[in-house]
Design a protein around this ligand. Structure first.
Ligand code: F6P
Length: 532
């Protein structure tokens, strides 16, 4: 199937896809999930290409693998684990079995415990030594940070709980900048770590403990933990009633839906958090039931495969025209690149197509005044993914929202249409002539024919955010199945961790640099000379 797709691509690569965009294409090349619309009409995918992409999904067995995932089969084969973050949002979907046992009573029990705790923090029943909690500091990294940090920002209009802060980096600048804004006597520290061993998180947690101990007599009483390792949370001194546990079938970058979402729940309240879960569940139902051509996650994945593995575009820009989604690109970098940035397939055989793309982005319109120059006129094609809401939350500033929307639509139109040399000449014909006119006109040519997709939704509510995040999770899943890889392990982060541990005594000067390569030894020397 790869060959058929590559052959088809070779046949159509040179055409201008704007010529495909007739009155019917917008309907034919879009799909809906609930009231969310996914438009991929501004790509070079035609009916033949789409049929071949769908054949590819079928050939890879995406439907069977999807059903295996939802059924709790251990599809994370290298770690022997089920992949069941979907169970965390399965509010009314019935039993989910793992090894013959229904996990839903445990999931719903933990959700209730989180709701009770969040409510008590929000209404002041749970207090710090100095009174009602004013600040929540979530200490975690990777999936234990990016999800809640992204979602708390995304749902800022719904935030009516205490202030939420996120500390992730082991760089002391991170935690110092947060703690200096908080009062230890009214701060709740949440230590979020699936494993409760991650060095950055445990180091920051101990720093927060020492900071609090300067003011508060019982620091443990103002700490909560989110983890699969309850023995380790107890050893850290966090009482079991404030430990919210989950199972190893929830991957770190898929964990926002459960206890790792506690800071989000405290920020927006349990009801809004459940609306977020329901949005995710609605996307699950859609993913399980819609035909591939109508299936938004499947088609988003198919377009991704077309652009990356077939067209050879190595990066993808995620461009939310929704400022509150400012952390979405960073969140997706972990979700997509940690999941699908693999070099071998499930059997350990080298991939013969490229793995997942480099994902990057910034909110529009800021990006327009920064890197869009390269997107429009650079020599590389960067497929763009626009996200846009019909309405913001600032009713009195609706005219600004309309301007935002106009900018979003203008960018995808400009990428598709471009500007010819003739049009560019006309633009500057009143200012220049002769050779200078030609030279100036050339700088104003836009090649166009650059693909983009647009995800449009009514408003960024908790429900819609749930739809969006579940959509991206399933897109990653589909792409991973087509590549034949394991999207649920992350061995690629291990080597750096091991070397950092080994380098710590070298940096501290208790071990020499003899065993190190010349470059590393020289850098250690420079940093030591300068005070490390
Ligand atoms: O090092 C990568 C990673 O394992 C991520 O997959 C994970 O989200 C992050 O570290 C944090 O892990 P933990 O939640 O166990 O602290």
């Amino acid at each position: 199937m790869w060959n058929a797709l590559k052959k088809h691509h070779a046949e159509v690569a040179e055409r201008r896809f704007i010529d495909l965009v007739d009155a019917h294409r917008a309907n034919d090349f879009s799909a809906a999930a609930g009231d969310m619309r996914f438009d991929y009409a501004k790509t070079n995918i035609d009916a033949t290409g789409r049929a071949l992409l769908i054949d590819l999904l079928n050939e890879a067995g995406v439907a069977a693998k999807r059903d295996a995932m939802f059924a709790g089969i251990a599809i994370n084969e290298t770690e022997g684990r089920a992949v069941l973050h979907t169970a965390l949002r399965n509010l009314d979907g019935g039993p989910v079995m793992v090894d013959g046992e229904d996990v839903m009573p445990g999931v719903l029990g933990t959700l209730d415990a989180m709701s009770d705790f969040s409510t008590s923090v929000r209404d002041g029943t749970f207090k710090g030594e100095g009174g009602q909690i004013t600040d929540v500091v979530n200490i975690g990294i990777g999936g234990s940070d990016l999800g809640p940090a992204m979602a708390v920002k995304a749902l800022a209009p719904y935030h009516d709980g205490p202030r939420c802060h996120f500390v992730s980096n082991v760089d002391p600048a991170d935690i110092a900048s947060v703690l200096r804004t908080c009062d230890p006597a009214t701060t709740l520290v949440i230590v979020a770590s699936k494993t409760f061993t991650t060095i950055e998180t445990m180091t920051n947690a101990r720093t927060a403990q020492a900071w609090m101990a300067g003011t508060v007599s019982d620091t443990g009483a103002q700490f909560a933990a989110l983890s699969t390792a309850e023995d380790k949370t107890a050893a850290f001194g966090i009482a079991s009633e404030r430990v919210f546990g989950f199972e190893d079938w929830v991957g770190g970058r898929y964990s926002l839906w459960g206890p790792i979402g506690l800071s989000l729940m405290i920020a927006i309240g349990p009801d809004a958090f459940k609306a977020f879960l329901r949005g995710g569940q609605a996307m699950d139902v859609h993913f399980k039931s819609a035909d591939w051509s109508e299936n938004v996650p499947a088609m988003l994945a198919a377009v991704g495969i077309w652009h990356n593995q077939i067209c050879g575009y190595t990066t993808r820009a995620v461009l939310p025209y929704d400022n509150n989604l400012m952390r979405l690109p960073a969140y997706l970098q972990q979700l997509e690149m940690e999941s699908n940035g693999k070099g071998v397939d499930m059997a350990g055989v080298d991939l013969d197509v490229p793995s997942g793309p480099v994902v990057w982005g910034e909110p529009g319109t800021n990006g327009q005044h920064a890197f869009y120059q390269l997107i429009h006129q650079g020599t590389r094609v960067v497929p763009c993914e626009f996200l846009v809401a019909a309405r913001g939350h600032e009713d009195d500033l609706h005219h600004q929202h309309q301007l935002l929307v106009a900018n979003c639509l203008a960018q995808s139109e400009a990428l598709m249409k471009g500007r010819t040399l003739g049009e560019a000449r006309e633009k500057v014909a009143d200012k220049f002539e002769g050779e200078e006119l030609e030279r100036q006109a050339k700088h104003r040519v836009f090649p166009g024919n650059r693909p983009s997709v647009t995800l449009a939704y009514p408003q960024l509510t908790p429900f819609v955010l749930g739809q969006i995040i579940a959509l991206y999770e399933h897109r990653v899943f589909v792409e991973g199945v087509v590549l034949g890889i394991n999207s649920y392990d992350q061995w690629g982060v291990e080597l750096g961790k091991e070397l950092a541990t080994a380098l710590q005594p070298v940096v501290e000067g208790t071990q020499g640099t003899d065993a190190k390569d010349g470059s590393t030894a020289a850098l250690v020397g420079f940093l030591q000379t300068n005070g490390v």
